[in-house]
Design a protein around this ligand. Structure first.
Ligand SMILES: *Cc1c(COP(=O)(O)O)cnc(C)c1O
Length: 378
């Protein structure tokens, strides 16, 4: 079965009891036990809820995983996965990880004596040099945020396996439609389901998936033990959004390709970052490890006045935090996703005051471009 069909006709999409075609919302915190010696499948909804279970199972199929877990946010999924590590462990982390991940690591996990080293993962030899006896995992994001840097997943996974390390990939930018890190050998894949998976700017959610029974049991222990679970109502919204993932992503990606090519030709634009552009540094690797360049791009204006003017005047888009929605979202990384990263660190990463990130939606591209022109001075 191909991906688009799987989204609609997966195993559990029809309720066996009554034929309902949408995910039933079991708004129940507890479950009656018919036999006190033999509890049923569910007892308390933090530990398991039928709505969440179905979503987790559906999602696991999409990431080609045996096990999946739904969390109350992407960052809850990330923090829960990071919580499987222990005091004394060392992790190597891509230096341009999502701002919230950076914050969780540098402001919270550092308190628990888990050691993290940030590095540019575009070059695998950088990672190799950092491996120590207590290194336990490599944490990656590709394409990265907001400069769409590409990491060679196969190369990293090979290095990780040789050194007995886990590979964890935040796959939010691609969605399970465009990239499947587990199929390339990664151990854990994480998503902010808030973004492309749910797709409608109406829910905060996170997902994590793995093929390892042992890792799954560790993640479940945290999901149940820390309790950052996704509510049944929100599971429903994720499931509803997921059905159109393929058509949304196809349309958004087409728009991204067109916008990238148009931006390229504008004199006031300094540089465009998009893995679908042939001169993009990671173009070839990305093409090999994914099924498309995706719907997120970023670009730099030549000066700050134009950047501010654009943000205050651009039309037919939303200027906001977040990405992966049906509406085009324009964001300003230095004040939004990367505000938590100190200015000098940001600048070193190339995240300057003139950088704009765009997550394409499904509007007509002609209107997006017209709206962009309104934001151009002169
Ligand atoms: C948004 C985002 C997150 C965090 O997800 P939330 O749902 O906002 O908690 C993590 N990683 C990436 C790449 C993101 O874009």
């Amino acid at each position: 079965m191909k991906f688009g069909t799987k989204l609609l006709h997966g195993e559990k999409t029809i309720d066996k009891n009554n034929g309902a075609v949408t995910l039933p919302i079991y708004q129940s915190s507890t479950f009656h036990q018919f036999d006190i010696d033999n509890f049923g499948e569910f007892d308390y909804a933090r530990s398991g809820n039928p709505t969440r279970n179905i979503l987790e199972e559906e999602f696991s199929k999409l990431e080609c995983a045996e096990y999946a877990f739904a969390f109350s946010s992407g960052i809850a999924a990330i923090s829960s996965v990071l919580s499987i590590f222990s005091s004394g462990d060392h992790l190597i982390v891509a230096e341009d990880v999502y701002g919230g991940t950076y914050r969780a690591i540098t402001k919270i996990f550092n308190r628990f004596n888990i050691e993290f080293t940030f590095v540019n993962t575009e070059d695998i030899s950088n990672i190799k040099k950092l491996i120590k006896t207590n290194t336990k995992a490599i944490y990656l994001e590709t394409p990265s945020n907001p400069l769409l840097k590409i990491t060679d997943l196969k190369g990293c996974i090979k290095l990780a396996k040789e050194n007995d390390l886990l590979t964890i990939v935040d796959n939010t930018f691609m969605s399970p439609y465009l990239q499947n890190p587990l199929n390339l050998g990664a151990d854990i894949v994480i998503h902010s389901a808030t973004k492309f998976i749910a797709g409608h700017s109406d829910v905060i959610a996170g997902l994590a998936a793995t093929n390892s029974k042992e890792i799954a049991s560790e993640i479940y222990k945290i999901q149940n033990g820390f309790g950052a679970i996704l509510s049944p109502q929100d599971c429903y919204l994720v499931s509803r959004g997921l059905k159109t993932l393929k058509v949304r992503m196809d349309e958004s990606e087409r728009n991204a390709i067109k916008l990238a090519n148009w931006l390229e030709k504008q004199d006031i634009v300094d540089k465009v970052y998009y893995p679908g552009l042939i001169y993009h540094k990671g173009y070839k690797i990305h093409k090999e490890q994914s099924f498309g360049p995706g719907a997120v791009l970023s670009f730099k204006f030549k000066n700050i006045e134009q950047t501010k003017y654009f943000l205050n005047n651009v039309k037919n888009v939303v200027v906001a935090v977040s990405l992966g929605a049906v509406e085009t979202i324009v964001s300003y990384p230095v004040k939004m996703s990367h505000a938590a990263i100190p200015k000098n660190e940001r600048e070193k990463l190339g995240i300057t005051d003139t950088l704009i990130r765009v997550s394409l939606g499904i509007e007509d591209i002609e209107d997006i471009i017209e709206g962009f022109k309104v934001g151009f001075i002169n």
